[in-house]
Design a protein around this ligand. Structure first.
Ligand SMILES: [Fe+2]
Ligand SMILES: [Fe+2]
Length: 290
C-alpha cells in the first residue's frame, strides 16, 4: 500500500532540549490542582517503557524497508522517542523526589510491555504501536490546537508537553507507514486499537488514582470535579478525542488525512528563537538547547 506523503514543511527530526525541571517546581504543578497534576504525572509515568516498546517494534522492521525516506524517518522517530523518554524521566525523577513511586509504576509497565512482547507477533506489536501512536498524536493535536489546555501549568513543565506534542505530530505516521509497508492488515490494526483502548485508559486512571491516594498535601475538595470537567466536560481534553479516535477504524484511514501541520508551524513560530538558532540558541521561556 502506498505511503501518504507528509504535508510540505513537516519532517521527522529530533531536537535536543533542556527544560528547567528543578526542585522548585511545586507538587501540584498543574493549576495547583492535584487531580490534573496527577493525570499528567500518570501519562508521564507511561512514556519511558511505552516509548521503548514503540522504538523496538518499529526498528524490528527497519532492515526490511527499502524506501530511504522511511528508513530515515524510522531512525529519527527512534531518536525523538528516545529523547522524550530522557526528558520524561527527568520529570518522573522530580515527581519521585516529591514523594511518589514513579519508578515502581515504570517497573510494573515494563512487565506489561514484556507480556505483550511475549504474546504477540512483531507485526501485531507494530500494530499496537501504531494504535498507541494514534492516541499520542490525538493528545498532541489537542494540546497544540487548544494552547489554553496548558494554561496555568508551571512554566518550567508546560514546554515539555508542547514540545512532545509537536514531535508526536511530526512522527504520527511512521509506525503506521511501516505497518502498511510490511503488509499489515486492516482487521489487526483496527482490532488492536479496540482491544487496547480500555486497558490503556484504565492503566492511566489507576496510576492517577494511586498518586492521588498517596498525596498527603492539602488540596481543594473541588479538585476532582474541576479535573473531571477538564477531561470530559469543558474543555474536554479527552472527550474531544472521540471523532479522531473513530476515524482510525476506517479501512482507508491514514494519520495525515488529519492535516494538522499548521499547528507544528505555529509552535515553531512561537519558539522561533530556539528553532532557528539550533544548538547554542538563546533559551526562550523554558526552552534551551542542551
Ligand atoms: Fe514520544
Ligand atoms: Fe510517538
Amino acid at each position: 500500500m502506498a505511503v501518504k506523503p507528509m504535508p510540505a514543511g513537516v519532517e521527522v527530526k529530533m531536537r535536543r532540549m533542556r527544560f528547567e525541571l528543578d526542585d522548585s517546581v511545586p507538587v501540584h504543578w498543574f493549576r495547583g490542582n492535584a487531580f490534573l497534576t496527577h493525570f499528567f504525572n500518570a501519562m508521564s509515568s507511561v512514556f519511558p517503557e511505552g516509548e521503548k516498546f514503540f522504538i523496538d517494534s518499529v526498528r524490528h522492521f527497519e532492515p526490511r524497508i527499502d524506501d530511504p525516506l522511511l528508513r530515515d524517518q524510522i531512525r529519527e522517530f527512534s531518536r525523538q522517542e528516545g529523547h522524550h523518554t530522557y526528558q520524561h524521566r527527568l520529570l518522573n525523577d522530580l515527581v519521585e523526589r516529591q514523594g511518589f513511586p514513579m519508578k515502581s509504576y515504570d517497573q510494573a509497565l515494563a512487565g506489561v510491555f514484556n507480556w505483550i512482547r511475549a504474546n504477540y507477533s512483531p507485526l501485531q506489536q507494530l500494530a499496537f504501536t501504531a494504535a498507541i501512536e494514534h492516541f499520542t498524536a490525538m493528545l498532541g493535536d489537542q494540546l497544540l490546537r487548544h494552547p489554553e489546555l496548558l494554561e496555568g501549568a508551571d512554566p518550567r513543565v508546560a514546554p515539555l508537553w508542547s514540545w512532545h506534542a509537536v514531535e508526536e505530530t511530526e512522527h504520527k505516521a511512521v509506525a503506521f507507514d511501516v505497518y502498511q509497508r510490511m503488509g499489515g492488515d486492516y482487521r489487526t490494526r483496527a482490532g488492536l486499537l479496540a482491544k487496547l483502548t480500555v486497558p490503556f485508559l484504565s492503566i492511566l486512571h489507576r496510576i492517577q488514582a494511586d498518586l492521588l491516594g498517596r498525596d498527603p498535601s492539602p488540596r481543594s475538595r473541588f479538585d476532582s470535579a474541576i479535573g473531571l470537567n477538564y477531561l470530559w466536560g469543558r474543555p474536554g481534553f479527552l472527550r474531544r478525542l472521540l471523532p479522531d479516535y473513530l476515524r482510525y477504524y476506517r479501512p482507508s484511514f491514514h494519520p495525515w488525512q488529519i492535516d494538522n501541520s499548521a499547528l507544528i508551524e505555529r509552535w515553531k513560530a512561537d519558539n522561533r528563537h530556539y528553532v532557528q538558532g539550533g544548538a547554542g540558541a538563546v533559551p526562550v521561556s523554558g526552552f534551551a538547547a542542551a
